[in-house]
Design a protein around this ligand. Structure first.
Ligand SMILES: NC(=O)c1ccc[n+]([C@@H]2O[C@H](COP(=O)([O-])OP(=O)(O)OC[C@H]3O[C@@H](n4cnc5c(N)ncnc54)[C@H](OP(=O)(O)O)[C@@H]3O)[C@@H](O)[C@H]2O)c1
Length: 252
């Protein structure tokens, strides 16, 4: 039975990714939904009428969660057609200010968690399957006041390119999704909303559109998907200009 594993599936972009995956990949009959909130995951599972769903309430910052996922994968041996690494967080503030825990949480979830879930899942992915890693426009250049967040998302882009190349000969594709801001819990939990004039002026992306575009890009085997012409242009400019100039644009 073809299976999808989606992290950060309890709300925000994750819910839209569930709907978009179901639409784009009707052959997938089973969904494993991962996040911390069991109750919200149950609500997400209700979106998948007629498909088998497994709720996995796991904190992806913790090694114990990787052990649980490993054991479950070994037991069920699913045919994973789609892995979406979407769980992520970002906290606004200078690196030297605020609690160390916030900085480490971003690294543990956005980098360690994503790497662990990918490593554990890859042995169950065959020809034609897809990895989708949710990154950000913050990956394109260091973003002062979101320094650790943007560094984690640069990792996600580099990691996605790397595994994309490693997996090509197995017929598995990897896509990094680099969205601009979306009005989800992310911007409130990270203290971003209301604390950055520049951020408020950016064009916001619609999570449903981002999710649909991400699944179309994955189906086409694209390495990077950036929604909106504005951010496609930014990606291009960030590659061309010296970083010192681009950082002036990205300082939140
Ligand atoms: N919103 C934006 O402006 C924006 C822009 C660009 C990229 N992104 C990226 O989009 C992705 C989704 O974010 P979102 O905007 O949908 O934010 P969100 O609404 O806050 O969703 C984050 C998801 O991650 C899960 N999560 C958080 N901590 C976790 C942990 N320790 N273990 C397991 N799951 C955890 C959350 O569920 P629980 O709380 O139940 O664990 C939730 O399902 C992230 O990777 C983010 O970096 C967001």
């Amino acid at each position: 039975m073809k299976t999808a594993i989606i992290t950060g599936a309890s709300e925000g972009l994750g819910r839209e990714l569930i709907l978009a995956a179901a639409e784009q990949f009707p052959e997938i009959e089973s969904y494993w939904l991962i996040a911390r909130s069991e109750e919200k995951l149950r609500q997400s599972a209700e979106l998948l009428q007629g498909r088998e769903t497994h709720i996995l309430p796991l904190d992806l910052r913790r090694d114990e969660s990787y052990d649980i996922l490993r054991r479950l994968l070994e037991e069920v041996r699913p045919d994973v057609a789609l892995l979406v690494n979407n769980a992520g967080c970002g906290m606004l503030g200078n690196v030297g200010d605020g609690p160390l825990e916030d900085q480490l949480t971003m690294i543990d979830l956005n980098v360690r968690g994503l790497t662990a879930v990918t490593h554990l899942t890859l042995p169950y992915m065959g020809e034609g399957s897809r990895v989708v890693n949710i990154s950000s426009i913050a990956a394109f250049c260091p973003n002062p006041r979101l320094t650790v967040y943007s560094a984690t998302k640069s990792f996600v882009n580099a990691f996605t390119r790397g595994i994309g190349d490693e997996l090509r000969s197995y017929g598995v594709s990897a896509t990094a999704v680099c969205s601009g801001p979306m009005d989800t819990a992310f911007i409130y939990n990270g203290g971003i909303k209301g604390n950055s004039k520049k951020f408020e002026k950016l064009p916001f992306c619609d999570p449903a559109q981002v999710a649909r575009g991400a699944m179309r890009a994955a189906a086409a085997g694209k390495a990077v998907y950036t929604p909106k012409g504005y951010y496609k242009l930014f990606r291009f400019v960030a590659k061309l200009l010296p970083q010192s100039l681009v950082i002036n644009m990205t300082r939140t």
